[in-house]
Unconditional design. Structure first.
Length: 305
């Protein structure tokens, strides 16, 4: 089925008459857009619209999700999970894997930092969640703004400063697995430099986490890779900044009020976490809550530090 449905296709999909559909459009009660004089209906938005109106019978209670934070790894988040006594376990598999586990009910929270290969990138996290109909009841919590770049051997012996330098000097690039935010950023940087993955000399096996990637560089199995400044610092490696990105937490509204997330967010409001963020050279942004379906900011939380 096409991503955008016509009026006739939408009426069939929703099992409504076209007249009733036009009434919903006129009342602004259904997601739609107009192009060249014709109404179009994004299927993913229709699915979220339907899910948002789902009636749950009395006595039917959703099973609690496992106390797991899936998705991408973030050193500040890992520290906060331990320090807060949240009881939440960290399962670092990459951003897209985290969203899949959250949608399937296999995790309570997903940590994500996604990128588009080209075009506007600022709302990539929000749009990825909004496009998943199974996460119609999810909210997005802004966690941190992080510096990403090239992690290199001490002293940067190959004098690499850009992605183009990596290709030009034949540096061995350590990659992350498909679906990881750092791998998506690598593809975006390559596109901007008019390069392809095939232009790089790539290390043999993908690293599962940023720390694994940094260890490969430290041990000489790779010359460079994409990771955060904090990861480079913990391994005593050189770092060349290439981009700033958002690292956000995604969870269902009902789970926001569970003891684990509440313990984490309580610590997020503390001076201790703000100090830790500065030490790790991360710009911390606590408590910004966005409705993942609409993109509307619903709760601004405490002042940013």
């Amino acid at each position: 089925m096409n991503e955008y449905l016509t009026t006739a296709e939408t009426a069939r999909y929703l099992r409504l008459g076209e007249r009733k559909l036009y009434e919903l459009v006129a009342q602004g009660r259904i997601p739609c857009t107009k192009a060249t004089g014709k109404w179009l209906f994004p299927k993913s938005a229709l699915d979220r619209w339907l899910a948002a109106g789902l009636l749950v019978p009395d006595g039917l209670v959703a099973s609690p999700a496992p106390a797991i934070v899936a998705g991408s790894h973030d050193p500040l988040l890992e520290w906060a999970l331990r320090e807060s006594g949240s009881g939440l376990a960290l399962l670092a598999e990459g951003s897209e894997a985290g969203l899949r586990r959250l949608a399937a009910g296999e995790a309570m929270v997903a940590g994500i930092h996604l990128h588009r290969i080209e075009g506007e990138d600022a709302d990539a996290n929000l749009q990825a969640v909004a496009s998943e109909s199974a996460l119609a009841d999810a909210v997005l919590i802004a966690w941190a703004r992080r510096e990403q770049g090239l992690v290199l051997a001490p002293g940067n012996p190959l004098k690499v400063k850009t992605i183009a330098d990596v290709a030009k000097r034949g540096a061995r690039m350590a990659e992350r697995q498909a679906g990881a935010g750092a791998q998506a950023l690598l593809l975006r940087l390559l596109r901007a430099a008019k390069l392809e993955l095939s232009d790089l000399k790539r290390a043999s096996a993908p690293a599962r986490t940023g720390d694994d990637l940094a260890l490969a560089v430290r041990e000489g199995r790779a010359d460079c890779g994409i990771a955060t400044r904090a990861v480079a610092a913990t391994r005593g490696l050189e770092f060349v900044s290439l981009a700033w990105e958002r690292f956000d937490l995604v969870l269902r509204r009902r789970d926001y009020f569970e003891p684990g997330p509440q313990a984490l967010f309580k610590l997020a409001r503390s001076p201790e976490l703000a100090s830790r963020a500065v030490a790790g050279q991360t710009s911390f942004r606590p408590g910004v809550w966005k409705n993942a379906a609409s993109g509307i900011c619903e709760w601004n939380g405490p002042p940013r530090t």
